[in-house]
Design a protein around this ligand. Sequence first.
Ligand SMILES: Cc1ncc(COP(=O)(O)O)c(C=O)c1O
Length: 416
Amino acid sequence: MNRPSFLSDNCPPMGIYETLYAFRDSFGQFMGTPGTHPWSQGFPLTTQLEGGPELPSSVDVTWEDRFYPKAWGHPLLRDAIAEHYNSFYGSNITPENVMVFAGGRPGIYTILAFLKKHVEVRIGNAEWPAYLDILTQTDSSWRVVPFTKENGFHPSNAEYFDRSGLNAKTHLLPIISNPGNPTGHTRAGAELEELIAFAEQPGNGILLDEAYEMFHGSKGVSGIRYVKDLDNSNVFLAGACTKGLQCPGIRIGWIIASKKNVETMANYSSFGMGGVSHPSQLYAAKLLEPNRVAQARDAVERHYGMQRARYGEAFANMGLKVHTGDGGFYHWLELPDGLNANELNKRLFRHGAAILEGFDCDMARPHSKDPNYRSPYESYFRFSFGPLLPETFESDVAILKRVLDEYRADVAAGRA
Ligand SMILES: Cc1ncc(COP(=O)(O)O)c(C=O)c1O
């Protein structure tokens, strides 16, 4: 008989990974191998974009780089990140406002792991699946803000800070991916300014996840532009080299926060993380070279803006309802006539394709599978055009259309 594990029994992989494992079991190969169509995947192209900067192919490593890293991050990289924000957004943050992590997720996880108990998280009903796992594993308390067709999957800023039914003891921390994953909805300009103004009020804060910062018509959207007094706030901005800088594999991300909050995270790093790989941080500093970033901002917006527009048009033409905002590299789609995204996925698997089911993005769902739970997003799905080369557009559209037509025909004939 197996002894009961000492580790948690409630630690399934993130929803996206579950789709990957189900795909492998059905198709016999991992998603991403040649001949597969990675529409479920949240990574960008990792090759040079048309008109974009070259991606560095090496980094020098000296004897000093074999030392333990600084708990808070390499001085060169912290400088480069602070400059990255100050030059584009007109902010005046210092390197002491920057905490370096091994990617976006560890930074987000750390904030939630150290959140005081009287801080309540607010999160949109349709958000990035990892948030649900992180909130659960860190034992955070959260309330869901409705994302519906009626509010266009884009609730007002005020809804995230609604205090009805709360006493003064409870403080609020909305978590918002902006541009949004999975919806692409983006708060920019006056709306973003208002969001940050709410977040700077006493008793409020925000974790604004800006992983998709460059994927917007403005070529850069960050709340830092509107922050008035970062050091006296609980504003946390998450960034990473993962998407716009096209390097998920180097595992570099960061949190911009008050010096006090950065110190707490750095103290945690000293006993729980040991800093982040020097070669990766040096590579990231190269990626952030200002002329490179300027070129990347143009190329990312051109390539992904073009893909967003043409996939959106093709999806609408095949009868899908397109609910996508104006940023990111995902489409948020609704199947017609109550068709089910799980069934669609099973049918796509046979063609080497997969999407992310809306159910996985539902922040109100139970963390462990519950057959009785009905998600409002069962007929919704996220289509990622992040990793897709321009050349695959026609075949991608043809596969999805064919599978959808077959599914509809089966439903009409009572076969599904
Ligand atoms: C909303 C969001 N935040 C952050 C990240 C960055 O994750 P990481 O850098 O850990 O790969 C992602 C990547 O999928 C994301 O979609």
